[in-house]
Design a protein around this ligand. Structure first.
Ligand SMILES: [Zn+2]
Length: 151
């Protein structure tokens, strides 16, 4: 997958966490990222996420390796690369899983949230972590000579 696909489009990583929200704090579940990603992600992302029931929602933790096409900062060629992500992200519940009522405390929260259908979308978190972990000046190889002068 090219970087643009991650940075500009929304990677879908929806997980239904209704059942986990009903369990006691500390309960956890493991997911292979390939089970929750879309078709496009299957060959591009590897790793496992652990979802832990926290006091106010779900804590998502895990290590992912994502394959991306980077643009060399010297020669501008696109080359395949791999970025490792250490994800640790809190998702706040916005709706009470038992009575379906909105939880007032979550309004204007800067945190990631779980929607009213108890779907947690790790796609946005993965997108942001990927952006944070991309090299500032990628090189296709350490001794890349760059673009030759035209004249
Ligand atoms: Zn290069």
């Amino acid at each position: 997958m090219k970087v643009e696909k991650i940075t500009e489009s929304h990677f879908k990583g929806l997980i239904n966490v209704a059942q986990l929200l009903k369990e006691p704090v500390g309960s956890s579940r493991k997911y292979d990222i390939r089970q929750i990603g879309n078709e496009q992600a299957e060959s591009s992302i590897e790793g496992e996420l652990t979802l832990v029931r926290s006091g106010q929602g779900i804590l998502v933790r895990g290590q992912l390796a994502i394959k991306v096409g980077l643009v060399c900062s010297r020669c501008l060629n696109v080359f395949p690369s791999s970025v490792n992500l250490n994800i640790e992200e809190d998702f706040l519940a916005t709706t009470d899983v038992f009575d379906g009522l909105p939880l007032a405390s979550c309004e204007e929260s800067p945190n990631s949230t779980i929607d009213s259908n108890h779907m947690l979308d790790v796609g946005e978190a993965i997108r942001q972590y990927t952006l944070l972990n991309l090299p500032v000046k990628p090189l296709c190889r350490p001794d890349c000579a760059g673009i030759k002068e035209m004249d």
